[in-house]
Design a protein around this ligand. Structure first.
Ligand SMILES: Cc1cc2nc3c(=O)[nH]c(=O)nc-3n(C[C@H](O)[C@H](O)[C@H](O)COP(=O)(O)O)c2cc1C
Length: 369
């Protein structure tokens, strides 16, 4: 608790002002380098853990056969190349999703491609699936053991060569095969707003084709589908009617929002920036509404992961009470600091106790029951 308060204060008064005055991608790359170094040695991992991590038995659950020590995970897009798997559990995360990983390596879109939106409490992201590609990332991960569950997010390479539907499916297939026995679960990301050809697999008929192909590839890992934040609920229902026919065990709600004109976004800070998806608080209500809808319509068939705008224990608890079994975040950690994960877990224990629950699993969907 004291260590967490010290870290919060240092982050707020020293690190954040320094970081937020500099290029966001450069800071992200430096933090990745630091995380890689801290993850290399047991002593540094233990030190980080003693400052940041908080665990409690009431937060532990086994979901789809995977034991999670706590429900707070790192969302896809922070550890694009799976270089932080040693340190992420020490930060206090209960799981991590690496990627999104594509069939071929990709440099992503032209820079600059990441902006902070401090007044909106979000990030404008136009990375375009920069990553080392499935073969390099698979060989980086192969044979490693992970101290927290690992999800591998796959997407199709951001290139004119994958715009054709069959080429796009073949690209997903390549990444799926390369990662089929690595990590604990798969996520199929059909909702990257920043790639060539848009999001073709958010169309139900094309999603059917993609899942038909992936169904044929052997894997023991459960499969999640990552949904866009902005689709009308009728289209979401059509997508779920497709996933019902395939090997899909869970849904992630949601990816970045493309709505630049939403009232949650301070227009002066995105003026002149036409491209990119927005993370953080502008996704929160969209994600919460989607979680509620999915819980009400499909809870018997899917595990839900809630993602978008989680900056506090209350934010995470709201998603859990709407039906999310697990939570993912990125932007909250960038705005609040790395102690946020421990703070959320500690706060969740207090909220469970207040509401008379012995375990987090009892709170899932409690707002809608
Ligand atoms: C810098 C950045 C890169 C991202 N890249 C990916 C990605 O490669 N794949 C993906 O599925 N989501 C990606 N996302 C979306 C996040 O996983 C998440 O859905 C979104 O940011 C909402 O969560 P947050 O508000 O906690 O950040 C990215 C988000 C950010 C901020």
């Amino acid at each position: 608790m004291i260590a967490s308060n010290i870290t919060r204060s240092l982050y707020r008064h020293l690190a954040k002002p320094y970081f937020f005055a500099r290029d966001p991608e450069m800071i992200h790359d430096r933090m990745t380098d630091l995380g890689k170094r801290l993850g290399r040695y047991r002593v540094t991992r233990d030190l980080v853990s003693s400052f940041l991590s908080y665990q409690h038995p009431s937060l532990a659950q086994t979901i789809l056969g995977i034991p999670f020590k706590n429900p707070i995970g790192l969302a896809a897009g922070f550890d694009k190349n799976a270089e932080l798997t040693n340190i992420i559990p020490s930060v206090g995360f209960g799981f991590e999703e690496v990627g999104s990983i594509t069939g071929e390596p990709c440099d992503g879109n032209a820079k600059p491609r990441l902006w902070r939106l401090p007044a909106s409490k979000g990030l404008l992201v136009h990375y375009g699936l920069k990553n080392d590609g499935c073969e390099t990332i698979a060989s980086r991960l192969r044979g490693k053991t992970f101290s927290a569950p690992l999800g591998t997010s796959i997407a199709k390479t951001n290139s004119p060569c994958t715009v054709d539907v069959e080429a796009g499916i073949a690209d997903y297939e390549k990444a799926f095969r390369a990662l089929s026995s690595i990590g604990d679960y798969f996520t199929i990301n059909i909702s990257c707003p920043n790639a060539f050809g848009g999001e073709p697999f958010t169309d139900p008929a094309r999603l059917d084709l993609l899942l038909n192909r992936l169904d044929t590839i052997e894997t023991k890992k459960p499969i999640f589908l990552k949904l866009p934040a902005d689709l009308p609920l009728e289209t979401i229902d059509q997508l779920i009617a497709i996933t019902d026919k395939h090997r899909v065990h869970g849904l992630i709600a949601a990816n970045l929002t493309k709505k630049h004109d939403a009232s949650t976004i301070n227009q002066t800070e995105i003026f002149g920036k036409e491209k990119g998806g927005i993370s953080g608080k502008p996704v929160e209500d969209l994600s919460n509404a989607l979680i509620s809808h999915l819980y009400q319509t499909a809870r018997s068939r899917y595990i839900l992961i809630g993602c978008g705008g989680v900056f506090s224990a209350q934010d995470a608890y709201e998603k859990i009470r709407r039906g999310a079994s697990l939570i993912q975040l990125i932007t909250g950690m960038i705005f609040e600091g790395p102690q946020l994960i421990g703070e959320i877990n500690r706060g969740l224990v207090g909220l469970l106790r207040r509401d008379g629950y012995a375990n987090i699993s009892q709170a899932i969907g409690s707002k809608l029951r």
